[in-house]
Design a protein around this ligand. Sequence first.
Ligand code: ATR
Length: 283
Amino acid sequence: MTISGKAKLAGVMGWPIGHSRSPRLHGYWLARYGVDGAYVPLAVAPERAEQAIRALPALGFRGCNVTVPLKEIAFRTVDRLDPVARRMGAVNTIVVDGDGALVGGNTDGFGFLENLKAGCPDWSAESGPAVVVGAGGAARAVVVALLDAGAPEVRLINRTAARAEELAADLGPDLAGTVTVVDWVSRETALDGAALLVNTTTQGMGGQPALDLRLDALPVSALVNDIVYVPLETPLLAAARARGNRVVDGIGMLLHQARPGFAAWFGVEPEVTPEMTRFVLEG
Ligand code: ATR
């Protein structure tokens, strides 16, 4: 592949960055749409992230994605925040505007909702209570997205109750729906009457134990989603499928969260195609 002198530039900043699937994902779209552009991995240590982010306009970058562990540093560094990023306290997409200012957005919640819509078109956030397992950055994006989309109630369960309480206290007052915290010891009670169950923890990822959650109390009508995508079929999704629940895997969240950045930097609204899952995961 050659990069022309006129190529539009973007990338993904993180530490480490070698395992990021984003260069492959954006490379797929650049080729598909014949864009003269390049999307590169940017390995930036946390202590140099502010400096690297501020240098983007001088280097001619149109912006970049930001991944673990730099999303909060990006949040503090950009010149302006969009309202979603402001509520999430984290930035995963930076766009350099016409005046060279850094605008921070967060598309993780958008990617999460688009993935559910694509995988299960008749599901709606308004259908009923949602149960979210976990209280890290991914959980925050998921909870904000669900409440913005009209979920009447989000029930949070997390091994460390204090983190769930903190998340609920942070988000609750701003938003229409209610956020409740259910203790880890009695976590299965949160599943009663739920319309959606989402795992945002690392449990079930390749090499990690399965999420320790019995599904007996979950209605068979509920949709089950895991934001883990390696493997695509986590033990949680396999157990949910076996008892008759509809399931949506996590890879689509990665694919869909990338769309707004690609559109802003490269000027094409990209489409998520079925073949992308294999292409992105096999790289
Ligand atoms: P991210 O920002 O990607 O969401 P994180 O902040 O590291 O990642 O959060 C990981 C989540 O997985 C947390 O909710 C964590 O629970 P704690 O808050 O109790 O740490 C959850 N998690 C990690 N290991 C777990 C385990 N063995 N059992 C249950 N939950 C676990």
